[in-house]
Structures are given as structure tokens and as C-alpha cells.
Design a protein around this ligand. Structure first.
Ligand code: 5AD
Ligand code: FES
Length: 412
């Protein structure tokens, strides 16, 4: 199996079958079927694999998962040092026209107290965020027809003109290409749209096909449009969602290696009590951390957040995420009055804290593990000096926004 890690590090890609083998071996090790080098022979998949490999070349001193974490952490350190990028998250509307089975703010949930921030309120969040050192604002919301696409375009332009040294990331779901283009022209730099699962059948299990149908094909169409337009693009998936298997996860990794996104957000699936998946089992922190590390080896320069969902199921989840190869944290800038209403899953953390408290808390947490929060855009390294958004970036003040390295001078 170490051979597969070597191959992943060398080629930055694996075949689907190789992903399946690697993921299965990691799961087997975690479930105790194989614990540490001495017990590795217990696992069939290891045995098969070992039989195919030259003897003596696959004898690491530590278990596969430890080796994986160490390599992923080292890879992130090489590219980003001990700096962790921050994004100020503004959850500006919890209205949503969709009915994803896993999501707490799905249209069918009558128990949600719906809210929509005004443009002024959103600007105020950014003002506060800027003072605190944020240089990327992520505007996230449900697919809300009550917040017109044009209004969002004007808002993006307003934020970019008041904070030309900041990146604006949008995360508002599926639209047609023309709308994505309009937002890009308005100044948006990056777009987050998790694919959720790369397996069409699994996708149908997570999303309704009646009412407003959602399809994997359209999701991928959106991601490709966004990339072609010039956004720094983020995708991702939930770990441990109902129906997920090593096969579907292998497909996730294959899609990601084909898409080459600048950002990848993954977090554990956490059940929400008012959804059809209320009684399903959630994903685990360990499984999520393994996926973070694999992603880091697959995409050494990618922006990978240690997510709030990970911090929700494990009090030290975000620290562990960083130590597993993540390099971004996304504290909340939304007004505390609405925080609890943006409840995608149960027991979400940080709903009571002011933005400043959250930033202070995270900064302390990062320092304790030897990292520091960066005050910069945090572009993807490939965009740091490339000014990939020629039209917009050329007149931007180049501070560090925490873009994907491919966008070093740009955005994500
Ligand atoms: N548990 C974990 N993550 C969730 N998301 C939505 N609902 C849940 C849940 N119950 C994630 C989805 C979505 C992102 C904004 O939040 O992956 O893309
Ligand atoms: Fe929000 Fe700790 S990060 S309170």
C-alpha cells in the first residue's frame, strides 16, 4: 500500500481501482482488521497487495494511516509553511428552493426560521471582517430566488470596490453559465460548489429527483462552466453520507483529479433532526481526516479547509484537520442573531460567538499547534503572481488573500 502512496505523490493521480484499494486498506486498518505494521498481514487486501510487491520494499515503520498523515502534513508545510488562511463566512440567506435529503435548510423543512440579510447588513459583516484581518469574504446561502442574481452582482461589485485587496468567494449553488459570468464580471473571484458525490446513483440517493430535480450531470456542468469562466473553483463532498462506499469515494477522488479544483471542502456528514436522514449514521472524524490527507497528496497546492462540521463532531477537529494537511479555516462573520438559523446539521459550533471571538479562538487554537492565521487573500499558488483574472486583478492591490497557489495574484 505504501507503494500506492508513493505513486500518488509521484504522479498525483491513481486509477479508480487503485483508489478503491487504498481507501479499503485505510478503512480496514482503522476498523482494527489491521493495526500497525505487525498486524497488516491480517487484511486480505494488504496480503494481495503485498504479494504483488517486491518483498522488503513495503515495510514501513508505522501504520499506513500514520504514514499518510505525516506525508500530507509535510506536503502542506512545504507549500504553505505554518500559515493557515482564513475566510470570513457570511451566511446571508437560509432560504433554499432545493430539498437535498441531508440538509437542514432544505425547502421542505417547515421548522426553519428563514432569514435573508440585506445588502447593508452583508456590507457591515465585511467591514467587521476586514477590521479583524479577513481578506477573503465567502458569501454563502441557499438557492434563494428571493435574493435576485443581479442584486448579488451589485453586492459583489460594492464589496470589491470598498475592499480591492480582498477576494470574494460565492457559494450559492447551481445557476446557468450566464449568471456565473455576470458574477465573475462583477468581480467575484472564487466559487464553492461541492459535487457531494461523483457516483450518479449515490447522487440520486442524496437528492430528490421529483419536484426540482437535481442531477450530478448538472452539478458537473456548473463546475466546468465556473472553471472555464476563470473562477478559482472549489468542490468537495461529505464523508460518511448515507450510501457512501469506498467505490463511490474512489469516484470522488477520480473526479477531483480530473477537475483539478483550486479548493476542496470536505467534512463529515452530520445528521440533522428535521431531515429524511435524521436517523442515519454520521461520518467520523478519522475518516474525514484520512480523506483530507489523501486530498493533500493528490493536490499539493489546493486550498483545503478544516471545516466547521469537523470541529462539530470532534472538539479538536479543526486542529486535527490542519495537522492532516488542511490549510484553511472559515470562521463565521454572520450576525450572531441569525447564526443558529443557518443550521445545515445538528449541534453546529460557534453559533453563539461574535466574529472577533471566533477569530481570536481560532487564532489561539492554531498557535497551540504551531500554526498562525495569515492576514492575506490566500490565493491558490498558481494564481499568486499570475493575475489570472486579468481584467479585475490588474487593478487590485496585491495583498495576500489566501488564493489557491495557481491564482497567487488572483482569487479563489
Ligand atoms: N452534514 C454535513 N454537511 C452538510 N452539508 C449540508 N448538509 C450537511 C449535513 N447534514 C454540506 C454540503 C453542502 C455544504 C454547504 O454543507 O456538502 O455542500
Ligand atoms: Fe468560533 Fe472557536 S472558532 S468560537
Amino acid at each position: 500500500m505504501i507503494r500506492l502512496l508513493d505513486k500518488l505523490e509521484r504522479d498525483r493521480r491513481l486509477t479508480k481501482e487503485e483508489w478503491v484499494r487504498l481507501l479499503a486498506a485505510l478503512e480496514a486498518e482503522a476498523s482494527g482488521e489491521s493495526e500497525g505494521p505487525g498486524v497488516r498481514e491480517k487484511s486480505d487486501s494488504y496480503q494481495t497487495q503485498r504479494a504483488q510487491e517486491a518483498p522488503g520494499e513495503d515495510t514501513p515503520a508505522r501504520p499506513l494511516s500514520k504514514e499518510l498523515t505525516a506525508r500530507a502534513r509535510e506536503t502542506a508545510r512545504k507549500t504553505f509553511g505554518n500559515r493557515v488562511y482564513t475566510r470570513g463566512l457570511v451566511e446571508f440567506t437560509n432560504y433554499c428552493r432545493n430539498n437535498c435529503y441531508y440538509c437542514g435548510i432544505r425547502a421542505g423543512n417547515q421548522n426553519v426560521d428563514r432569514y435573508r440579510l440585506t445588502a447593508d447588513e452583508i456590507m457591515e459583516c465585511c467591514r467587521e471582517g476586514y477590521k479583524l484581518g479577513f481578506r477573503t469574504f465567502v458569501l454563502q446561502g441557499g438557492e434563494d430566488p428571493g435574493f435576485p442574481d443581479r442584486t448579488l452582482a451589485h453586492l459583489v461589485t460594492a464589496i470589491k470596490s470598498e475592499y480591492p485587496d480582498c477576494a470574494v468567494t460565492l457559494s450559492v449553488g447551481e445557476r446557468d453559465r450566464a449568471t456565473y459570468q455576470m458574477w465573475y464580471d462583477a468581480g467575484a473571484d472564487r466559487y464553492l460548489l461541492r459535487h457531494e458525490t461523483a457516483d450518479p446513483d449515490h447522487y440520486r440517493l442524496l437528492h430528490p429527483s421529483a419536484g426540482r430535480p437535481l442531477s450530478l450531470a448538472n452539478r458537473i456542468r456548473c463546475l466546468r462552466d465556473l472553471k472555464e469562466i476563470g473562477y478559482q473553483v472549489g468542490t468537495g463532498f461529505m464523508v460518511g453520507s448515507p450510501g457512501q462506499s469506498v467505490e463511490t469515494m474512489a469516484e470522488d477522488f477520480v473526479l477531483i483529479q480530473e477537475l483539478q479544483p483550486h479548493m476542496v471542502g470536505i467534512g463529515p456528514f452530520v445528521p440533522h433532526h428535521d431531515t429524511p436522514f435524521a436517523k442515519e449514521k454520521g461520518g467520523t472524524a478519522e475518516q474525514t481526516l484520512r480523506c483530507i490527507s489523501l486530498l493533500r497528496l493528490l493536490l499539493p497546492q489546493a486550498l483545503i479547509p478544516a471545516t466547521t462540521a469537523l470541529g462539530t463532531i470532534d472538539p479538536a477537529g479543526r486542529e486535527k484537520g490542519i495537522l492532516a494537511g488542511a490549510n484553511v479555516v472559515m470562521p463565521n462573520l454572520s450576525p450572531t442573531a441569525v447564526r443558529e438559523k443557518y443550521e445545515l446539521y445538528d449541534n453546529k459550533i460557534c453559533t453563539g460567538e461574535e466574529a472577533a471571538e471566533c477569530r481570536g479562538c481560532l487564532s489561539g487554537r492554531m498557535e497551540l499547534i504551531g500554526y498562525e492565521l495569515a492576514v492575506d487573500r490566500g490565493d491558490h499558488p498558481s494564481r499568486e503572481d499570475a493575475q489570472s483574472r486579468g481584467d479585475h486583478s490588474s487593478h487590485e492591490i496585491q495583498q495576500d488573500r489566501g488564493d489557491h497557489p495557481s491564482r497567487g495574484g488572483g482569487k479563489l
